[in-house]
Every structure is written in structure tokens, then in C-alpha cells.
Design a protein around this ligand. Structure first.
Ligand SMILES: [Zn+2]
Length: 321
């Protein structure tokens, strides 16, 4: 049996980033399964969605965006607290950084550990890590919904918390006029789910129901390509739900018969691999995902903190020989 390299530590091939103009003043940057980012133009300002892992990585995105607009970034929206989404914030020089209040809580509680954990798991995403000035702190937090008036006839951008899901503090960004949604890691298109900090039962039911109820015509998930058309958007949402439900079923069955975590991992891997095995970060995520489902079934509501050490322990227990 081949020994699997830890998480994505052996994934060193640079991905091609593609900037797409989804509507007048609405931009998405996708990168073959690496984390997506976006931006929306107001009359005289920009709203950026997600910050990438380092200021150097964010700068690469901003230089592509600057071929289309030179408006200043007034708002930087963080969909959730994960290091690869927030630590590049300094590059945007944003007036206001906005996030959910649970995101601020998670940064305070585990931002340092998450930084070390994600750096170890996905070193390639941390381009010039020395450019990170420290943790990213939101200036404004909210618990349910806020709207940003984009000015002129551009309509508004709504930031909405749909319940707990990928983390306790995910938010989506919604353009009602263009029916475009930036869903963060709540929905993935053609990429495996990371659920190590998730609330699987809530995410797979009420949270995804609320995401779906927007009726988006275009959806940018956390990773993978842009999804276009209502049917394809609903398929991406249902595929995400099916990934979660399969994990809950498989881990649940082993948990119910008092089996081991390793057995739960093997059963889940077997069930998911035919459909999802070739997708980006599948092998990387699954041990952490199964571990968190197991905890949730044990009644641990608030996810345990991932540290670089705990990452290795769980990896060796589940992906080791
Ligand atoms: Zn995430």
C-alpha cells in the first residue's frame, strides 16, 4: 500500500487562476479547485469577497482585478474564519472588514492554531507567508443580515448568515438584481467538502435549505468552477448535501454499533470515493471530516480546535497503514 502524503502537503503544482466577469461589475476568480474569491463594484467603491491565504496571494488576484477597475476596496467580506480565506486581508487596504460575529469569536479562540494547521496542510496556498502581518480581525460583525447599497442603479449586496454549516459563522453574499451568489465553503462545485469545523446536521438541512431558497441563477462556491443556471446551482447544492448525508449515514452506522473511528473512516471513504474520490482535496479532507462527524455524534457541539499536532495524529490514525 502506498503511504499517503499528509493532507495537501505534496500538492505543489500551481493552479491556473481564471477571472470571470459574471455580470457588469461582478467578478469571480476560480482556480481549478483552489479557494475562489470574488469582487463586486459599487458606483465608486469595491466589495471584495474573501482574502486568500497571504497578502502576496491576494496581490496576484488584485492585479487581475485591476485590469477591470481601479476603484478602492471599501469593504472586504470574510465568508468565514479559515486561514486560507482571511490572512491575505492586508493587501486590500479595505476601509471595513465585515464578518459574522461567530467568525470573530473563532478567530479569537483558535485563529493562531488554525493558521498553523492550514499552513501545514496546504503549504502551496501560502505564497510568501512572511507577508502575513498577523491574524485578520473584522471591523464590523453581524449575526443575521446586512445589506450594502452599491449606489446608482447597481442594486444592493446582501450578506446573510443561513445558520451554522461549514463553520459556526458562514455568510453568503447575494446580489438580488443579478441573482448571483457567493456561497463561500457552504457549497462546493466539483470539489470535496472540508467539514472539520462543521455542524453537519444543521448544514445538511436548514442551512442548505436557506441557501437554496435564494433561487440563485449563478453560484460561486468555495472551490471549483462557477455554476450557471438554476438547475446546475440546485445540483451543486444537492451534491453538497449528499456528501454530508453520506458521511452522517456511514459514520452514524459505525458509531451506533460502537465501532472505531478508523472503521467509520473506511466505510465513509468507500461510500464517497466512487463519486468524489478524484475531486480536489478529497483524500486531504476526509480524515478531518470523519473525525468531526464522530465528535458531533458523540454530542460535542462546539468543534474541537485543530492544531498542527492533532492534524498529524488524526492523519496517522486514519490515513496511515
Ligand atoms: Zn473553509
Amino acid at each position: 500500500m502506498m503511504v499517503k502524503a499528509f493532507a495537501s502537503s505534496a500538492d505543489l503544482t500551481e493552479k491556473t487562476a481564471t477571472l470571470e466577469v459574471l455580470a457588469d461589475g461582478v467578478y469571480a476568480l476560480t482556480a481549478e479547485g483552489d479557494p475562489n474569491v470574488g469582487a463586486v463594484e459599487g458606483e465608486d467603491f469595491l466589495v471584495a469577497f474573501e482574502a486568500r491565504a497571504t497578502p502576496a496571494a491576494a496581490h496576484d488576484w488584485l492585479s487581475l482585478l485591476r485590469q477591470h477597475t481601479d476603484k478602492p476596496v471599501k469593504y472586504l467580506v470574510l465568508s468565514h474564519y479559515h486561514a486560507v480565506r482571511v490572512l491575505g486581508a492586508a493587501a486590500f487596504d479595505a476601509e471595513v472588514i465585515i464578518a459574522h460575529d461567530n467568525t470573530r469569536r473563532l478567530i479569537a479562540e483558535r485563529g493562531e492554531q488554525d493558521w498553523a494547521s492550514e499552513f501545514g496542510r496546504m503549504p502551496r496556498l501560502f505564497k510568501q507567508p512572511e507577508t502575513i502581518p498577523g491574524l485578520t480581525w473584522p471591523d464590523v460583525v453581524f449575526s443575521d443580515r446586512v445589506s450594502i447599497d452599491l449606489g446608482g442603479d447597481r442594486g444592493e449586496l446582501t450578506l446573510q448568515h443561513c445558520g451554522r454549516g461549514h463553520t459556526a459563522g458562514d455568510i453568503v453574499a447575494w446580489l438580488p438584481q443579478q441573482r448571483i451568489m457567493f456561497a463561500g465553503d457552504l457549497v462546493e462545485a466539483q470539489a470535496a467538502l472540508y467539514t472539520g469545523d462543521a455542524f453537519h446536521r444543521e448544514w445538511s438541512t436548514t442551512t442548505l435549505d436557506r441557501v437554496k431558497a435564494f433561487g440563485a441563477e449563478t453560484l460561486i462556491g468555495g472551490r471549483g468552477g462557477v455554476t450557471c443556471g438554476r438547475t446546475a446551482v440546485n445540483q451543486a447544492i444537492e451534491q453538497t448535501r449528499s456528501f454530508l448525508n453520506t458521511m452522517l449515514d456511514e459514520v452514524g452506522a459505525v458509531h451506533a454499533r460502537s465501532g472505531t473511528l478508523r472503521e467509520a473512516f473506511e466505510a465513509t471513504h468507500k461510500a464517497l470515493a466512487p463519486q468524489f474520490g478524484a475531486w480536489p482535496i478529497f483524500e486531504h479532507c476526509l480524515p478531518f471530516d470523519v473525525s468531526r462527524v464522530w465528535d458531533e455524534l458523540d454530542g460535542i457541539d462546539w468543534p474541537r480546535i485543530w492544531t498542527a499536532e492533532r492534524d498529524r495524529e488524526v492523519w496517522d490514525e486514519l490515513q496511515g497503514e
